[in-house]
Design a binder for this molecule. Structure first.
Ligand SMILES: CC(C)(COP(=O)(O)OP(=O)(O)OC[C@H]1O[C@@H](n2cnc3c(N)ncnc32)[C@H](O)[C@@H]1OP(=O)(O)O)[C@@H](O)C(=O)NCCC(=O)NCCS
Length: 320
């Protein structure tokens, strides 16, 4: 049953820790029921970040319990990108619809933008919800998985190319330059700022030993960055991720992408991990071919729904 009175508070600025914890707990309850985390890494990092250009949308019931949360990234000129989750115990009561409606004025500000919402796992509820909201699929992201992960793949580097570890405090600018060239057409990866990079370096999982740079004559050509997820995040065992592989456009076509992928996998296998995952755009056939060759198979899909959400706002309140 739809309850049009669901109040939604729209906030900007960092959430206080107890409120950020409520969001994390809500996301964990949804993940336990849905089998997939509803909020990805970046929105979780932005919950308490005072530099983040995001709006937090918080739906609460009459007792003040958090029943739904959406985060809208308002940093782009043409689109507003969001993630949205409703507590499993409060679904089919219009909470999701109220969150979308509250997002409409944020999206349709002076810039008149389009809203894009990521749904992780391509769940039937998200498909039905997006269809009800008149939001068609605009992008698909694949998760690919390799299991069992074995050691010892051959890292065949082009002539003159060597690998070394990333050095924090030294390699950021060069890495960002190559990353933005490699992902010039990628909506998120190509615009990683120094602050985004620094935030990741401060995370507990960050390990320069799993972040390898390929150079020729001291010039950075590409890199592979890996990440280790503890047991529970992607199944019962810890899982390694090929987090970012990027090759400068000038060095593409030399087999460096494959070599870096294998180097990343060897690092993860040497750390004792038995499975690896990665994410790639469903349309990126070149990358998918490379990853299939390394043994990866498609394991899940994330779907982005898009719309022009000009609707009448209901129950939205703006707080500082
Ligand atoms: C998708 C999600 C946000 C929906 O939240 P919700 O509060 O249950 O949605 P609402 O009650 O506002 O539903 C609005 C309409 O969407 C459709 N809908 C929502 N869930 C549905 C389901 N499980 N099956 C069929 N239709 C569904 C219905 O048309 C519904 O209207 P109705 O209840 O009057 O028939 C929620 O299931 C969720 O958090 N899922 C996991 C996270 C996720 O996938 N987020 C991305 C969403 S694009």
């Amino acid at each position: 049953m739809s309850d049009p009175s669901t109040p939604v508070q729209v906030r900007t600025g960092p959430l206080p820790t107890p409120e950020a914890d409520e969001v994390r707990e809500l996301a964990a309850r949804a993940a336990a029921v849905d089998g997939i985390a509803p909020l990805s890494e970046q929105p979780l990092l932005w919950l308490e970040d005072d530099q983040a250009r995001v709006a937090h949308l918080l739906a609460r019931d009459e007792d003040g319990t958090l029943t739904g949360y959406a985060q809208l990234d308002v940093s782009l000129a043409a689109t507003v990108r969001g993630e949205l989750v409703v507590d499993p115990a409060h679904r089919r009561r219009g909470v999701g619809r109220a969150l979308l409606a509250a997002g409409a004025p944020v999206t349709d500000d002076v810039l008149d933008r389009v809203l894009h919402v990521w749904a992780h796992g391509d769940l039937p509820a998200a498909r039905a919800f997006a269809a009800d909201a008149g939001m068609p699929v605009v992008r698909e992201l694949w998760q690919m998985r390799l299991e069992p992960l074995e050691r010892g793949g051959d890292v065949v580097l082009p002539p003159g190319v060597t690998l070394r570890q990333f050095v924090p405090g030294q390699d950021e600018d060069a890495w960002r330059r190559v990353n933005s060239r490699a992902f010039a057409h990628h909506p998120e990866q190509g615009r990683m700022t120094s602050a985004d990079l620094r935030a990741r370096e401060l995370e507990a999982w960050f390990d320069p030993a799993g972040f390898l740079l390929a150079e020729r004559d001291g010039k950075l050509l590409g890199s592979v960055w890996t990440k280790v997820h503890p047991a529970g995040e992607h199944g019962p065992v810890p899982v390694g991720e090929i987090y970012v592989v990027g090759v400068d456009p000038d060095a593409q076509g030399l087999g460096l992408g494959s070599a870096l992928t294998v180097a990343g996998l060897n690092h993860l296998a040497a750390r004792g991990l038995s499975a690896a995952i990665l994410y790639t755009g469903a349309e990126n056939t070149v990358a998918i071919r490379t990853y299939r060759r390394a043994g990866f198979e498609k394991s899940a899909t994330d779907v982005m729904f898009g719309s022009d959400t000009r609707r009448s706002p209901t129950g939205a309140t703006m707080a500082p």
